[in-house]
Design a protein around this ligand. Structure first.
Ligand code: AHR
Length: 331
């Protein structure tokens, strides 16, 4: 687990006064969940609503959560996959409230539109922990803690690499954005744009590929059809970058040479493409959030003070560093 930075402490002790211990009522998404989960007095029942299975990063993140929130570690986990749909996440959270889970955790697919369901959790006395992605709300008492990377910084680091290597060369750049309205898509775009501001690198097109390999390929095909001489691709994640590689190769060009590619995540497939010379630079987004989530959930249930924002630290890799890191890469 990477070291983390505790940015600030919550002013208030986590509100866990009335952990509701309802009997299991078998929500549609997780029929075995509820209350103390039947795991004994000290077991923490936790409902986790995952965004989906859109990327290699997401698969690694799910594995980290499922491998950590185990019965041996004191948890009874109810896990649901929202298939990248906010309505599915809201439905899952409502199920977890009805089941009287001790804690609810989720990675919000988009930033806005959560206040109503978070107020319902709060009214039921169930603490909520955000992982990976933030929500946009005026009322930060609606969640106990947010654990995840600094996405603006990730975008900025990718942009700094582009600016340092290509400013002065009048390069044309296209951007493959993540899911529209999601925190990483908004923040990475912002950080990257700030880093290349004032350079002669020209952003000629920017569209969403929804963080998927198929989306990245399809959007890149469109970019190659409508723009001559694309020099650089900035993909908001590895999977879209890998899809772009397929489109670039199909167009008879050499990724990493004719078209430079910078991505974010540093999952194994991305790192392999980087080591193979098809991607030029990757900024890491660490998906191993399970341990932090377990620690914060235990503290919240114990009524201890928790950090409102936990920033997970990320690395960055060039081609040689990727080749060196690959043999020991966990995800
Ligand atoms: O929220 C993290 C992002 O979501 C990852 O960068 C991406 O791969 C995933 O789908």
């Amino acid at each position: 687990m990477k070291r983390k930075t505790f940015l600030r402490s919550a002013a208030a002790v986590a509100s866990v006064a009335a952990v509701v211990a309802l009997s299991a009522c078998g929500g549609a998404d997780s029929p075995d969940a509820g209350g103390d989960g039947g795991g004994g007095g000290d077991t923490i029942s936790i409902g986790f609503s995952q965004v989906g299975a859109e990327s290699g990063w997401r698969a690694a993140n799910t594995k980290s959560i499922q491998d950590t929130l185990t019965e041996e570690n004191g948890f009874k986990l109810s896990f649901s996959d929202a298939q990248q749909k906010q309505e599915n996440q809201i439905q899952a959270i409502r199920s977890y409230i009805a089941q009287g889970q001790d804690v609810i955790a989720f990675s919000p697919v988009v930033e806005t539109g959560w206040d109503a369901v978070l107020q319902e959790a709060q009214a039921a006395g169930i603490p909520v922990i955000l992982t990976d992605r933030a929500v946009d709300t005026e009322d930060d008492s609606l969640y106990e803690s947010f654990i995840g990377s600094d996405f603006v910084l990730e975008g900025e680091r990718a942009g700094n690499w582009v600016a340092e290597n290509f400013d002065g060369e009048s390069m044309k750049l296209v951007e493959l954005q993540g899911t529209t309205g999601s925190a990483p898509a908004i923040d990475r775009k912002e950080g990257f744009a700030a880093a290349i501001d004032g350079t002669d690198i020209e952003l000629v097109d920017s569209q969403t590929g929804d963080f998927t390999r198929a989306g990245g390929k399809q959007v890149m095909e469109g970019f190659l059809n409508s723009h001559n001489d694309i020099d650089i691709v900035f993909a908001h994640n590895d999977d879209m970058g890998l899809g772009a590689i397929e489109a670039i190769e199909a167009a008879g060009l050499t990724p990493g040479e004719d078209v430079k590619i910078v991505t974010i995540d540093a999952v194994k497939d991305g790192m392999q493409a980087l080591a193979d010379g098809k991607i030029n630079y990757i900024v890491e987004c660490n998906p191993m959030l399970g341990e932090d989530l377990a620690e914060i959930a235990k503290k919240v249930v114990a009524g201890e003070e928790v950090e409102k924002r936990i920033v997970v630290e990320d690395a960055e890799f060039d081609q040689q560093q990727a080749a060196e890191a690959l043999p020991d890469r966990l995800y």
